[in-house]
Design a protein around this ligand. Sequence first.
Ligand code: F6P
Length: 373
Amino acid sequence: MKRIAINTGGGDAPGLNAVIRSIVLASHQLGWECWGIRNGFNGILEPEKYKNQGGGIKPLSLHSVKGITHLGGTILGTTNKGNPLKFPIQQKDGSFIDIDRSQEIINSLKDHAIDALISIGGDGSMNIAHALAQKDFQVIGVPKTIDNDLDNTDATFGFDTAVEFATTCIDRLHSTAEAHERIMVVEVMGRYAGWIALHAGVAGTADVILLPEIPYDINAVAKKIFEREKSGSHFSIIVVAEGAKPLHGNFSIIGKNIGQSERLGGAGDKVAKELEILTGKETRVVVLGHLQRGGMPTANDRLLSLRFGAAAVRAIAKGMTDMMVSLHSPNVECIPLADAIGKRKTVSLNHDIILTARELGIYFGDELSFIQE
Ligand code: F6P
């Protein structure tokens, strides 16, 4: 009999609940028990906050995971604050210092007679999982992020849902763009990786896609729009990744809160303002933002999540630790956590989808050669 703790960390992604349910069900088949940690590791690090909610770490019954496979969000809650490896503590003078509280987590898990931890999250959470596994505790990671930027897995769950939603939105913008003969700029998430912009932009037949991986020349984008005008297309759809940046320019960073990553925003607005001036065409911006993270996971994401959850329990049963479940199509395998962290998976410039897009006449803002005056 084993007792497994589960936590979800970082930004939420559609499919988290499906993973949790899969872990609880697969564990139950083995006669094991599951416990859930609230809001990342905050349920352990700030227990007083959860006193009136039955505690920051509590048992997960079969009943508590009933009917949640199709639900967005996470029944455990999540946070992208309070990394236990660099937990910000405020000093008397108001400044903050980071302290490592990972041993407190291990101690608490042992106090609750927990034998193993399944940690579901993105790059940050996998880093923490790897650090906890170094403390002689059995840990398995499950990769999540709508950004799809985790290395050494073909995909993370949440990505397919985000792409599906963004594509639907781009489809809807075509008719209004054409009716008003406008430029419609759509900003999508993805942080410093352009996967959502690339997949949704190509599937949604955008005219221009601006990615973090390909710094853009705004004058060249304007020329592409003039070219479309000449050929009789009086509207354009421009998909802008939130991490897109101009040639010789910077990412659009709104700020950084204590203990959190940089927040990106405004890339679409910048492109729209400049294009309106350069082309004289009416331009509107739509920022899809957190809508991409909400709602029901697609069937693909649900399936991947259920496979990941069951594979994580299988890995624990085999005595594995410091590993992450990962999709190596067609199989779900286990790879060392160390191989998944530290390196962001970005779009390579010779990726088949980039080549396909170029062959279809979609422009990435990176070269002037296509423009023949
Ligand atoms: O990493 C997932 C993600 O949704 C990114 O695409 C985005 O930049 C970020 O999280 C937004 O984070 P927050 O929820 O803190 O605004």
